[in-house]
Design a protein around this ligand. Structure first.
Ligand SMILES: Nc1ncnc2c1ncn2[C@@H]1O[C@H](COP(=O)(O)OP(=O)(O)O)[C@@H](O)[C@H]1O
Ligand SMILES: [Mg+2]
Length: 222
């Protein structure tokens, strides 16, 4: 797969076959193309050539029927916490709202304007809203980057529960500990290329690519 913008090739030769289930953690230094990859997966931008496979089938509009994305900076309505969840719930599903808010620990903030929430609470609200759509595919871009440890662990627990329900999760992280805790497989990117994609156990035991090894040891910044 190739993706170009502004006259530059930003993603090149990235041939990805995502497993059908489990949590795929996407890692790599700043500017590696992690956010672009998520946008390509979610269908927000289109590759210039090639595509992505989900199992044996192309990840196209049909495969992507039920998907949701949590952006690095939460995009919220300037309304109450509840209104943000209601906005995406089908009328027949309104009874799920309280359960969703409880699940992300925001029940006691329900009536407040979303913009008054802390960064961590906004991120949890964005996750609640993504879950409200009942996605089969869930994409998250550094969902815990600016969160305190308790909020981060709460989000990790929710992702584990979702995995158990059969939701396919693709999550970008800079947190090696988090990747070790959550990943079933790891996609490692550097400079717009797929450097390594392997089962998490094997990856963390001994990454094959020198760039991945350097990154895990804190020696790779590009
Ligand atoms: N719309 C765009 N036009 C030009 N360059 C872009 C655009 N979007 C991203 N880039 C560049 O592509 C590279 C990868 O970006 P990104 O996917 O955001 O990296 P990261 O791995 O940090 O999430 C960066 O060098 C970034 O500056
Ligand atoms: Mg990014």
């Amino acid at each position: 797969m190739r993706y170009a913008a502004g006259g530059r090739t930003l993603i090149e030769g990235l041939n990805l076959r995502l497993p059908h289930s489990g949590i795929t953690m996407v890692m790599g230094p700043n500017g590696a193309g992690k956010s672009l990859l998520l946008r390509l997966l979610h269908g927000l931008i289109l590759p210039a050539a090639g595509g992505i496979f989900w199992g044996d089938a192309p990840l196209d509009a049909t495969a992507r029927k039920a998907q949701a994305m949590v952006f690095q900076k939460p995009v919220l309505l300037r309304r109450s916490v509840t209104a943000n969840v209601d906005f995406v719930l089908r009328p027949s599903d309104m009874s799920r709202r309280d359960a969703l808010l409880r699940r992300v620990g925001l029940m006691d903030r329900a009536a407040q304007p979303a913009r008054l929430l802390s960064g961590g609470e906004q991120q949890r609200l964005a996750l609640a809203r993504a879950l409200a759509t009942g996605p089969h595919l869930l994409f998250l871009d550094e969902p815990t980057a600016s969160l305190d440890p308790a909020s981060a662990l709460m989000i990790e627990d929710i992702l584990r529960e979702e995995r158990k329900r059969g939701t396919k999760i693709v999550c970008v992280t800079h947190d090696v500990g988090q990747a070790r805790r959550l990943a079933d497989d790891v996609v490692f990117l550097s400079q717009g290329r797929l450097v390594e994609h392997r089962a998490a156990d094997a990856f963390f035991a001994a990454p094959e690519a020198p760039a991945a090894r350097a990154y895990l040891e804190g020696r790779l910044t590009l």
